[in-house]
Every structure is written in C-alpha cells, then in structure tokens.
Design a protein around this ligand. Sequence first.
Ligand SMILES: Nc1ncnc2c1ncn2[C@@H]1O[C@H](COP(=O)(O)OP(=O)(O)OP(=O)(O)O)[C@@H](O)[C@H]1O
Length: 312
Amino acid sequence: MIEIENITKRYGESTVVDDVSLTIAPRTVTVVVGTSGSGKTTLLRMVNRLVEPTSGAIRLDGEDNRSLPGYELRRRIGYAIQGHGLFPHRTVAQNIATVPTLLGWERARIDAKVEELLRLFQLDPADFGPRFPHELSGGQQQRVGVARALAAEPKVLLMDEPFGALDPIIRAKAQDDLLAIQKHFQTTIILVTHDMEEAFHLADRIAVMDKGKVVQYATPAEMLLKPATPFVESLIGAGERPYRLLAIAPVSSAVEPGAAEGAPISSDASQREALAELLWSGRDALPVAGPDGAVIGRVSLEGLAKRAAGPA
Ligand SMILES: Nc1ncnc2c1ncn2[C@@H]1O[C@H](COP(=O)(O)OP(=O)(O)OP(=O)(O)O)[C@@H](O)[C@H]1O
C-alpha cells in the first residue's frame, strides 16, 4: 500500500504539486495522466525521493519513505523511464544485474534472475544477455529497461512514460507484456503517461492531474461514467479511436464469465452498443445472450474500457 498524504512541492513561488493525497492499493496499476507540466513526474519522483517534497508525507506499507536514506529507498523501488536509461557500456545482462549486484546478491542468484527476466520479456538469454544496448531495437531496449527495474524484485515500480518512444504497435505489445509481468510479480505500479488510451488499457485506477492538483482519482469505468470536471471529460473525449474500436468489435469477443442483472444483450451486438446500454442504464455489467438466447456470461464497463484502450 502506498499512501500519499497532502504532498506539496514548490519551486520558489510556483507550486507544481499541490496538496495531493492518494491511496494506492497493493498489486494494482495506477496511471497518472494530465497535461504537460501538470506535475506528474514531480509527484512520481517524490515517491522514491528523487524529489524531496516541500510538505506532506508518503508511506510505503505504513513506513514513512524518509525513514531510509534516499539511495537505499531507490534500490527497493523499481524506476523505469522513457528512453530506458541503460548503461551503454554494459551488456544487457550486466544492466539487468545492476541493483542485485549493489545489494550483494550471490552470483548464481543474479544469473538466475537475469535469465528469468529475459525469458519473461521474450528475449533469449543466450542471444541477448551478452549484447550491448546499441545492438538492440528500441522496443528491446525498453523491455530491458523494465527488466532492470524489476531485477531486485521491488514491490513498487515507478514508470515515467516508459513506452513514450515506441511506435503504436510495439507499444501495445509492451503494455500487454507489462500487465502480464505485473501479475506474475504482483508488483504495485505507478505509471505516468500523457496517453489516455494507455491509461485506460493499463490502469486499475487513474489519477488525472491538472495544474498540480489531482482532479479525479477513479477506476477507468467510473471516469467514463462520471468525469469529475470538464477537463477530465475533454481528456476522455480526446480520441474517437476507442469508440471506433468498440463499434467494430462484437460483444461475443468481450464476454467474461459471471452473472449480471437485467435484460441480456445479444452476443452479435457491437461492443459500442453494449457500452451505450451500460452507460444509459447506469449498470456495471450486462448479461450476454448467445445465438440460441441462453446467457453465456457478461460484458462489463470495466472490460470494455480496457478493450477500448487496447490494440485494434
Ligand atoms: N527542478 C525544478 N525547478 C523548477 N521548476 C521545476 C523543476 N522541476 C519541475 N519544475 C516545474 O514543475 C512543473 C511540473 O513539472 P513535471 O515534470 O512534474 O510535469 P509533468 O506533468 O510530468 O510534465 P510532462 O508531461 O511535460 O513531463 C513544470 O512547470 C516544471 O517546469
């Protein structure tokens, strides 16, 4: 659990993070979105104390993040940034081993971890381990950057526009990989992006920042249903793409197990029709009827929000 309590950061006269409070549940993905300069990066960096707050407190599992020296805190918290930040003169394996080495892990444990991570990120250890960063594609470098951030098995991973430099197709793949890995390691992730589609795809909860303040902190579905301010509404409405994606996909490909109340929707209907019905009726989920009329599962607002943001 991460508790951010009344955190403020001022530089001279300007308040760049203004009295922000957020509670982040363990093993969830929280995405911070907002316009450029709204304070997203500053907020993130106060968690691992790359930036010291002017006032307020941050607790990790109940422990104030000032109870450790900054460098020690940063060994415990993974940090991945845009452009990956790999050491150019170290191999991929050495890059991933950076923090475990600092922590004094035994060689065999480090080697096993490097191999496990490379495999998880679908990079053959024998082939990629000995390479240098410039011998990798952008997408591969990014994966190694995230693998390095996870090497010491941090409970918390901070990510600042980690996929910003990737083209849209690789980006969608990288996001899916991240979700799989987050589930595997049960990591708590805070990720900063300016991309709403990315936010909807990845987030359990989204924090929208505007001028240093968090103006809404909610699940994607809640945000779709009830944007807190016109600014949030404009962010959500920014792209037609999610709705187009929903319009071309049938409900049958979004069916989840489970029950829901009320009249069922046909599995042949479009996901956009299902979304319209959900929003219109204020329900979280609808039962889905198969071709023979029998209920085969449900379609949920949460599930559709994720799909709308996902790859086509
Ligand atoms: N060290 C600093 N000294 C003075 N002002 C700073 C410093 N760091 C950041 N700022 C200012 O704080 C504000 C918030 O910056 P921050 O990087 O947190 O925004 P952001 O939301 O992450 O923006 P972007 O999406 O453009 O990266 C900006 O106006 C920035 O100029």
